[in-house]
Write a protein that binds this ligand. Sequence first.
Ligand code: CMC
Length: 392
Amino acid sequence: SDRFTYDPGFTSTAACESAITYIDGDAGVLLHRGYPIDQLAEKGDFLETCYLLLYGELPTAEQKAKFDRDVTYHTMLHDQMAKLFTGFRRDAHPMAVMVGVVGALSAFYHDSTDITDPNQRMIASMRMIAKMPTIAAMAYKYTVGQPFVYPRNDLDYAANFLNMCFAVPTEEYEVNPVLARAMDRIFTLHADHEQNASTSTVRLAGSSGANPFACVAAGIACLWGPAHGGANEAALNMLTQIGTPDRIPEFIARAKDKEDPFRLMGFGHRVYKNYDPRAKIMQKTTHEVLAELGITDDPVLDVAMELEKIALEDEYFKERGLYPNIDFYSGITLKALGFPPEMFTVLFALARTVGWIAQWKEMIEDPKQKIGRPRQLYLGQTHRDYKPMDKR
Ligand code: CMC
């Protein structure tokens, strides 16, 4: 047992070298390829951040136009894949559908499963970035019992996604540009976050040489959990359950009680022990979306603002460096945009796909790359001989 370091939860073990994303959790800093997340989210668009994550530099106007065109080219899903959706129960959680359908991409696009060819690696990457909104929107449409809406390549990435989710054949639907911009910003905020659980899952799956579609499906499975991507759904449910600001102290007391498993959802982070820089932009985006939609008195938002204020002043939360994380506000915004809670993690997966792929590519292209193979401290029985059943 002296041969290995025991580090449950990998809190102090670096599993890779990476040049993609930098986080200083104590200072509340998040940089992609050196650029602060707030500048990327406020000054650029999501596909620009995708380009940056994949290629390491911000694109020129010409590179950006080509990248946008290339992504647009791949937005359609093989039509046979529509049949896959109809095999699921209508009440299936859309994350269950995502795990299955994204994994199935390897069966439809096997030409780009050859991970040894850099050109195919890039095609697989573009395919996933382009098709993820189509798949996510189809998962949504299927659960609400509406016909699928094909991608519209005259719209930008976020607007096309909103159109695929909310357009219906019987009515005129025009995407509100303010809401599309908010959607785009939410995607940018979720694009990458270095070696979090789902990204580490993608890397570990990819380290065996598995194809990128299968690896991203593994990432989606990991993201589903409430301690990770499922937190935005859990945070909104919690705010709804609290209901009115006067009930906040009761929930704060429960969160502090070590006998009670309840935690304040949307609070705390493994790496940030200061304000999550994404949470600040998300909070601003929430207000913009609510203002645009004319929602002036959302009780859930009142609870959120008051809860944040109380928790930030509370010794328990201060001592432990527990601040609101990105999920605290994203649920409220996504609800206002018209998404049901079970779609929140799907949107996270859609946006995080580029991060997963960029990290997967970086790993595959790293000459030091090895299969991921953690060791263990064995605590079980030592050698013993098999006993026939009548002697046990
Ligand atoms: N409410 C109450 N207490 C908390 C919370 C919380 N949300 N988060 C951590 N603590 C306490 C915890 O009980 C522990 O206290 P003590 O030292 O007295 O035992 C201390 O803070 C440290 O917590 P930890 O569990 O050791 O921290 P961790 O790094 O393992 O967990 C976390 C990080 C995000 C899983 C956790 O903070 C949590 O469960 N938060 C709520 C769920 C959530 O919002 N998750 C979203 C994370 S951000 C987006 C993403 O990654 O997908």
